[in-house]
Each structure stands twice: as C-alpha cells, then as structure tokens.
Ligand binder design. Structure first.
Ligand code: C2E
Ligand code: CA
Ligand code: CA
Ligand code: CA
Length: 279
C-alpha cells in the first residue's frame, strides 16, 4: 500500500501528545519524589590502569519507587533538567554523598575520592556555589575528597561563565572533571582555559577502541593532549580486559566500568572496603 502522508502526520501528532502526557505525568511523580527524597546514591569504583588499585568512586543517582523498583537516571534526569527540579535533586545528591563520606571516614574505610555528577542546569543556578559551601560546612567534608563531574556539552554552552564558576569551585578545594569528553562540539582552546584536573573519555570511544581505528586514534589523541595540558585521563565504560590493555598502552591513568564493577549500593562498597587499601 502507498504511504499516506496525512496518516503519518496524524500518527506523529498522536505520538507527540502521548509523549507530552507522559512528560506531565512523569514531572508530577518526580515532584513527589523530590519532596519525599525517594532517591538513592549508587557507587561505581574507579581504578588505576597500571595495577588496578582502587582510586575512588563515582556516585550515580537512582530514583527508588514505592515498590522498591529503581529508575535509571537516563529516564528522569532530562525531565529534571527541563523542569528545574534538578537543582533540588542535585542538592540532595551532593548532601547524601557528603553524608556517606563522613560515615565512611568514621568507619575508617579507605574509599579514595568520590565524584558527583553536576548538571549544567545546577552549575549555572545563581545559588549553586552558596549551596555547595553550605553542604560542605554542614557535613564537614574535605572538598578534596570530592570530585565534581560536569559534561563537556554543558561547559560549551557558555564557556566564559563556566570557567568563572569552575574557578570558584576549584578555589574551594574541589577536584573537577570534564565528563563525556569527545562527543560534544569542543574547542581545544577552551579546554586549555577550563580549570579542570581530570578529563573523562566518553564510553562511546572506549566501546569501539579495539574494533575501530578512528576511536583508537581519538582516545590516544585525547590522552596525549590531556597529559600535555597537565590533566589526568579517566576512561569510562571499560568492559573487557582487551580494552583495558589498549588503554594502558595509550597511557590512560584511570578506568571504570563493568570489568571492575557495576554501580552498587553503599552496603556493597562497605563489604569490600572493610579491608584497608593496598598502598
Ligand atoms: P555518566 O556520568 O556518563 O555515567 C556513566 C554511566 O555509564 C552510568 O549510567 C553507569 O552505570 C554506566 N556505566 C558504567 N560502566 C559501564 C560499562 O562498563 N558499560 C556500560 N554499558 N555502562 C557503564 P547511569 O548510572 O545509568 O547514569 C547515566 C547518566 O545519568 C550518567 O552518565 C549521568 O550523566 C547521569 N547521572 C547519574 N547520576 C547523576 C546525578 O546525580 N546528577 C546528574 N546531574 N546526572 C546524573
Ligand atoms: Ca559522570
Ligand atoms: Ca561520563
Ligand atoms: Ca557517558
């Protein structure tokens, strides 16, 4: 049968309406979740590429529904960013991670540095730096125990403004990283100016590093350039021994991914960390 363009438009219109309705329903649920703090922090370990020792964790948020089901951030962070709810969710998350760090310190666990994802929408909120200072003051966490991960795409929206905010955060003692590096439009010139300590190579390059010469060339170039600028390089999404070996020969500093561990609840971190770290 011949395609009917009108019917197709009709179809898309229905799709769009359903999508909008879902969005409204999701926003309502998310608002409720925010007021009830129905979120959890999971932790994924990071490791030195040369000998595999633990160097820290990345905290990743999950939305816990009433029945215990966990919703992945990919499903609600975009809506949270659009509605501005991310500001409050992000504040909860940073507070929770700081609470966890104090707890792990009290228990004497060696956990390295913990990184937290910061949405650009949070970063550009006029209250952000004050909020962060308040959380640090309240929990007594040493900012150098924390790393703030900000995606390259957000930094590039307003690079001058981003640089100022990053400078303020760095002045407070936080480690900073550029997340998902390599996929956004980015200017090498800005990279030089962003006051960050760490560059995180996006998973899409790591995934193809053994099969695609271009991905391999890009990863090698990012590592070389990053090192020349005095930055550390972390590769995300490392799933196989082969990928790790390739990253090691390219000189990558740290790696995280399913090869080492999936993101796990804090109880699982504690089980593993009761033993002191090998120095
Ligand atoms: P991201 O910051 O790039 O985090 C890495 C994502 O890759 C995580 O997904 C992690 O579970 C997943 N991952 C880690 N290792 C592997 C691997 O070896 N293979 C594969 N296939 N995946 C791996 P997750 O936890 O679903 O988070 C998705 C995204 O949601 C994050 O991407 C981040 O952009 C965002 N996000 C998570 N937590 C927060 C948060 O607290 N605040 C904000 N603003 N965004 C967050
Ligand atoms: Ca991240
Ligand atoms: Ca990332
Ligand atoms: Ca990513």
């Amino acid at each position: 049968a011949k395609a009917n363009p009108h019917r197709r438009t009709e179809f898309y219109r229905t799709e769009l309406c359903e999508q909008a309705e879902r969005q409204v329903a999701l926003t309502k649920l998310l608002r409720k979740a925010v007021s009830r703090h129905q979120f959890r922090a999971y932790y994924q370990s990071k490791h030195a590429v040369d000998d595999g020792r633990l160097t820290g964790y990345e905290a990743l948020i999950r939305w816990q529904l009433d029945d215990g089901v966990l919703v992945s951030p990919a499903q609600f962070i975009p809506v949270a960013e659009e509605t501005g709810l991310i500001v409050e969710i992000g504040r909860w998350m940073l507070g929770e991670v700081c609470r966890q760090i104090t707890e792990w310190r009290r228990l004497g666990y060696a956990f390295g540095r913990v990184s937290v994802n910061i949405s650009g929408r949070q970063l550009t909120d006029p209250e952000f730096v004050t909020t962060v200072a308040e959380i640090i003051g309240r929990t007594g966490v040493d900012p150098s125990d924390l790393e703030l991960e900000i995606t390259e795409s957000w930094l590039m929206v307003d690079p001058e403004r981003s640089t100022e905010i990053l400078q303020a955060l760095r002045g407070m003692g936080f480690k900073l990283s550029i997340d998902d590096f390599g996929i956004a439009y980015s200017s090498m010139n800005y990279l030089k100016h962003f006051p960050v300590d760490i560059i995180k190579v996006d998973r899409s390059f790591v995934r193809d590093i053994l099969t695609d010469r271009d991905s391999q060339a890009i990863v090698s170039a990012i590592i070389a350039m990053g090192h020349n600028l005095g930055r550390e390089i972390v590769a995300e999404g490392v799933e196989t021994r082969g990928q790790l070996d390739m990253l090691r020969s390219a000189g990558c500093d740290e790696a995280q991914g399913y090869l080492f561990s999936r993101p796990v609840p804090p109880e699982d971190v504690e089980r593993a960390r009761r033993m002191p770290l090998r120095q």
